[in-house]
Structures are given as structure tokens and as C-alpha cells.
Design a protein around this ligand. Sequence first.
Ligand SMILES: O=C(O)CCC(=O)C(=O)O
Length: 269
Amino acid sequence: MATEEAKAHLKEHGWVIIPDVIPKELALEALDGLWRAKKAAEDDGMPSHIPHLDPNSNNVRIFNLMERDQVFRDLVCHPIGVEMVKSVFGENFLISNLSANIARPGAASMSLHSDQSFSFPEPWQGIWVMNVFWCLTDVTKGNGATLYIPGSNKWSTRADIPSNAPELLVPFEAKAGDIIVMDGRLWHTSGSNVTKDQDRAMLFGYYTYPMMRPIVNWTAKLSKELQDSFSPELRQWLALDIYGNVPILGDMRYMSDQFPNINVKEDKV
Ligand SMILES: O=C(O)CCC(=O)C(=O)O
């Protein structure tokens, strides 16, 4: 179970690191799965270097992990990650994407961004995006830890980004098996891997408030056989059923219950 302190830290600072969520052996198993997924993606003709994201191919990007291995489906549904997401969104949310970045020696920073700014127009007055980053290796400043700007979860428009933003970046250092939970408004970038021989691998679960259309159209992407194997809960989190966007904010009581003291006269027909 996640602690109340972790939830309060996330709410105030826009991030929290929760240590030892999974054993290191499982992190290693997921890392092996990532390399298998990279090979499978290449066999499907999908590149692992995305030039508009990363300056060079030492950042290895792997997408569509929901379909690749049970270990990834287990991690994106992990009770502690889900509990943290629910602590912000409430009971309803969607899984929007599940991808990974292995920063190999020589990897360099992508853009400074907040994940919410990619998919939601400003002003960002609420939290509509959440990330759970799974550390599959130890993550250090030297091997390319994600860099973030403290306090940037309070910025609501691009005009709030100071001109010296890169000088304000600090690394999220963590161990294999830890998770870093981030509010989608926190501005961050990938760090440079300046080591000679250490890979830094992270898996990214991207969750949204249920009004947002997922980045991946899971209905189109995942095989019918795989979809049919999912629990009702996972089907709901992937918006696989008929209603992807269930209204949850309104007051749907009958008007007579909403305004019990008002006697509305019915017109005679
Ligand atoms: O690899 C990282 O450290 C961060 C990646 C990231 O922020 C992204 O892909 O949006």
C-alpha cells in the first residue's frame, strides 16, 4: 500500500519516489522483456530511434508494450501505481500509453516538457495526466536520470517557463524496483548518459483522467484474443468497452430531487 505521506508529497510537489515497489529480480525480468520487445518491434518494422524525440539513437524507445509481455501488463496495473493514480483522479482513469526508454551511454536530453502540455491545451488548471515511471535499473545523474524542475507542477502556461529553465533541473535518482510518480504538469526531460557502460532503463505508464482520449487506440492496436483475456477492470482502464468516456462529474439526480422545495406546475395539454 502507498503511504499517505507519499500521496501528500505527490499532491504538493507534483512527484514522489516510492522505493522497493518490486524486487530487483522482477525489474531485471522486465528489462529482459524490454530487449525482447525491441526486437519484436524491429521485426514489425518499428524504429527504436525517434528523431523528433531524441537527438541520437542511444535513447532506445520501445512502444506498444501492452501487447508484448505479461510483465508489462502486470506493472501498469500494479496496485501501488494504481493507488497513486487514483489518489489524484479518483476511481476512474484510463491507461493512455505504456512505453520505455533505455538511455544507453551517449544518450542526450530530449525537449524540456510536461506530459500534460503535449496533450492538453493551456492553461493547465487541473491534473489530467499522471505518469508512473518504473526504474528497471538503478538511475543516477550520470546514467541519464530524468531531470525535473522543482515547483514546475504549479506552472499553468508556457509563459511561466523561466528563460534559465535548464539551470533549474535536478535529477530523480532512484534504485531498480522503485517507482517515480509524476503529476503530468511537472516539467522534465531525459538526462544525458555520460557513463561508459551503464544502461538506464525506465518503463513509463501514462494515465489520464477518463475524459481524455488515450494516446493509443487500444481497440485498434491489441488483438481481439488479447482483449478478450483481460479482466473487466483492465478493459475499462483501456476503454475497450462501449462507453469509453463515462460522465462522472455531473449531478444526475432527477430535478425533483435536486430542487425538492420547488413545486413545478405541469402545463396542461
Ligand atoms: O527518459 C526519460 O528520462 C524521460 C522520458 C520522457 O519524459 C518522455 O518520454 O516523455
